[in-house]
Design a binder for this molecule. Sequence first.
Ligand code: CA
Ligand code: CA
Ligand code: CA
Ligand code: CA
Length: 381
Amino acid sequence: MFRKSSVLGLSIGQAKEKRLQVRVEKQEKEQSELRRSRRAFAVLGVMVLLIFTIGALANWRSGNGPAASATTLAGQPAGMLLSPPPTLSATAPSKEYVYAGSALLATNEPFRQPPDDFAVWRPSSGTWYVLNAQQQWTAQQWGTNGDVPVPGDYDGDGKTDFSVFTPTNNTWYISYSSGGSTSVYFATGGDLVAPADYDGDGKTDIAVFRPSNGTWYIKRSSDGVLYSAQFGLSTGDTPASADYDGDGKADIAVWRDGAASFYVLKSSDGQIIGNSIGQSGDIPVVGDYDGDGIADYAVRRPSDDTWRIRNSSTGVIDSIAWGQSGDKLVQGDYDHDAKTDIAVWRPSNGVWYVRKSTTNALYAVQWGQLYDIPVPAPYRR
Ligand SMILES: [Ca+2]
Ligand SMILES: [Ca+2]
Ligand SMILES: [Ca+2]
Ligand SMILES: [Ca+2]
């Protein structure tokens, strides 16, 4: 040992040290191999995950993509109910009911809707201008001249998304407030856009009413399935979707001008109800004016600028003159009391005239200019 070590020119101590060094080097080599194999495993894992994600995305795209819905939509014949009504979700009701014995005393909304922001969309530049209650404003370009603004909360994050519908190619373009965007081919020429949350999942559903066959086509956000229902006439009916039965789902509904009536297909039980109010020539201005969570039938008469609102909680019709000829109707909850406020926007001076439901007093705000399109909603930017 000594000699060998001597031959190598090493002392015993040096030899021990050398052996130790070799051992350490060997351990290091093993550890480095282990690290390499772990790295390889990690890379492999990431690749597998990536492949799955791409696959899932591809599936999602093919399941929800424009082509799929376009084909189905174009292929829908006119007629009666073309597919079964949406199934009621098993989720809890959106309200708390307060009882005294069997008598319903009140309903408490656990999640109060955010207030509507003053907002306009400028066709010339495709820009959205939003002014919130704190007088802070924001602007975002989305859409081009000729588009129809279709604001809604399509991603369900509680913030309205800047969105437009392009009639020339029947495509919806949505800029999600949560990030990203999408385009969906959904409609044919002559369709009237009617986005609302029909399946009650908190996300706005892309939807149209087709006057030519009196049929509604709804792309349900909850499962991406196309739902269609024949409801309405080819002439004189205007979409008036809202939640009239208070189950948290928008109901398919029309305002029939010739009959001066609203017709509603209730989401809760599939029953059809009719309700006459006002007269032919009136404009529907549905909203929850009494704040009971149920949409109120309401119309505004251009000839006398009077709003006629049937309060769902009492059945009483309020008649209130508000605005003047040429004003755009922009009812919404601007004072944040969960009650819709009567409101108009005047194109000539860009002023919003709001009748606050809290005090019935006028609240006027200048926001927007001639040729803008008012698009009030809770953008929360
Ligand atoms: Ca949103
Ligand atoms: Ca929905
Ligand atoms: Ca409903
Ligand atoms: Ca209000």
